[in-house]
Design a protein around this ligand. Structure first.
Ligand SMILES: C[S@@+](CC[C@H](N)C(=O)[O-])C[C@H]1O[C@@H](n2cnc3c(N)ncnc32)[C@H](O)[C@@H]1O
Length: 187
């Protein structure tokens, strides 16, 4: 991983410290819990909120980030793949998360069905997303598209809550964060 990428990672985690701490509180990562972080990149944010789980898996389509994650974060398991086709059997995980990754997913309905499928009964989904009003402008979208995948579709908290409910989840709610918002749901 280049020095520049590591500096960007560190700054990004520092800027999001309050939201990542809240994510950790919402997930309650205790021993025995198996967690899947969809679109987890090289795992810099994942390790902030998931440490303490029995098993932490990052699913990430970008091969370079998967390689970086495997090299620098050996306690996390990295799998190459997309949210629309999660390469795990039904009911594998107790928690599924996606942190500022959901807006990059092209087929969000299919991704939600997949997230629900790999959760065990009563398992918890926690999404963290940016408000449409804080969505990046065209230049950053271009840079972000290059680094994270071209597609971007932002939702308001109520829109995403409705989408998650339509995906078959129960007890769906949202709450504000410092730089975005959380959507919580149960299978
Ligand atoms: C803005 S980054 C967030 C990375 C990490 N979650 C974090 O908070 O630092 C968005 C990530 O979503 C990934 N992504 C894009 N399309 C995806 C898809 N269809 N399924 C899963 N992940 C995807 C990108 O490769 C990228 O690593």
């Amino acid at each position: 991983m280049s020095v520049l990428v590591r500096l960007i990672e560190r700054a990004s985690v520092r800027k999001r410290a309050a939201d990542l701490a809240e994510m950790r509180a919402l997930l309650a990562p205790v021993s025995g819990v198996r967690l899947l972080d969809v679109g987890g990149g090289a795992g810099a944010a994942t390790e902030q909120f998931a440490t303490g789980c029995a098993e932490v898996v990052v699913l990430e389509p970008n091969r370079k980030k998967v390689g970086q994650g495997r090299k620098f974060r050996p306690t996390i398991r990295f799998e190459e793949g997309r949210a629309e086709e999660i390469p795990f059997p039904d009911a594998t995980f107790d928690r599924v998360t996606a942190v500022v990754a959901f807006h990059h997913i092209e087929d969000q309905g299919r991704a939600l069905r997949e997230m629900r499928r790999v959760l065990r009964d009563s398992g918890r989904l926690v999404l963290f997303e940016m408000l449409p009003s804080r969505a990046p402008g065209p230049i950053y979208q271009w840079i972000g598209g290059y680094r994270h995948g071209g597609h971007m579709a932002f939702h308001s908290p109520d829109q995403l809550t409705e989408k998650v409910r339509a995906g078959g989840f129960t007890r769906v709610s949202n709450r504000p964060g410092a730089l975005g918002y959380f959507v919580l749901a149960t299978k």
